[in-house]
Design a protein around this ligand. Structure first.
Ligand code: 4AZ
Length: 272
């Protein structure tokens, strides 16, 4: 069981040091939760992971997001490639694709690129959710202009209070209302202490600052949600995280937890 009173008190203490621009809505109001539509041309490094075999064709088979970090290299969440997410072992998913350059999944814009190789972080721990990262190699390169730079460790973009934006085609209400057009929502990088307090360890996961990043709004409202997993969290023009997990979506005192990309992959690389 959780201890809401204790958590509320310590969150109030954190709120005192992180000024909030405006009171956040108490409930989710609509990426991504609380989000707004974005053009894919504004975030060409946001891609959809898709399998029509597994997920049907109505939304082009989209089931997770990803971030383009090299011309043929996409980062996503390890849990997106697990049997629980796919409903089958990865080896049985024959039509795994990355959809790039397509904001509206009902349209035909952009390209569907088969995945040539999948490397799931061998250190990924599905109990704590630590190291929730996988690297996909595409069969064809994307334009260099689609590549986003990763923030290295110590990058100022990780500092608590930093404004960040998360992108995805996931649930917009927490009730299974999946977007067909790409959305984004603004969240704030929160201190590790906030997520350590919110997620001390349960069946949902345990917040581990080495490999995770805490972001959201203290009062809830803006957040990533199911279907956004693996997608990019961007601050100051650099990739800082991938949507990973959380308790529900957009709830007060249950921030989003992201895979911290610094240190996980050595170099984005220009040409691979
Ligand atoms: C999910 O189920 C999920 N609010 C992703 C992100 C968040 C919660 C759940 C964060 O894939």
């Amino acid at each position: 069981m959780r201890r809401p009173l204790v958590r509320a008190l310590s969150l109030a203490a954190v709120a005192a040091v992180i000024p909030l621009a405006s009171p956040a809505p108490a409930a989710a109001d609509s990426v991504v939760i609380g989000g707004y539509p974005v053009e894919i041309s504004e975030s060409p490094w946001t891609v959809a992971l898709a399998s029509r075999d597994r997920f049907g064709g109505t939304r082009a088979g989209q089931f997770c997001g990803g971030a383009v970090i090299g011309r043929s290299t996409v980062l996503t969440a390890a849990h997106c490639l697990g049997e629980a997410a796919l409903g089958a072992p990865l080896g049985r998913v024959r039509d795994l694709k990355v959809i790039a350059g397509r904001g509206d999944l009902l349209g035909e814009e952009g390209r569907e690129i088969p995945v040539r190789a999948v490397r799931v972080n061998p250190a990924y721990d599905s109990y704590t959710n630590a190291g929730d990262l996988a690297v996909l190699t595409l069969t064809e390169p994307l334009p260099a202009s689609s590549v986003i730079r990763m923030a290295g460790s110590g990058d100022a973009a990780y500092r608590p209070g930093t404004d960040a934006v998360v992108y995805g085609w996931g649930d917009t209400t927490g009730g299974g209302d999946f977007a067909h057009a790409l959305r984004a929502t603004r969240v704030r990088v929160l201190s590790d202490a906030v997520c350590e307090e919110a997620y001390p360890g349960s069946a949902e996961g345990k917040y581990l600052a080495d490999s995770m990043l805490c972001a959201g709004e203290l009062g809830g409202g803006r957040d990533a949600c199911q279907g956004d997993s693996g997608g990019p969290l961007v601050a100051q023009g650099r990739l800082i995280g991938l949507v990973s997990w959380g308790s529900g979506c957009g709830r007060a005192e249950s921030p989003g937890v992201y895979t911290r990309v610094s240190g996980v992959v050595r170099e984005p690389g220009a040409g691979h």
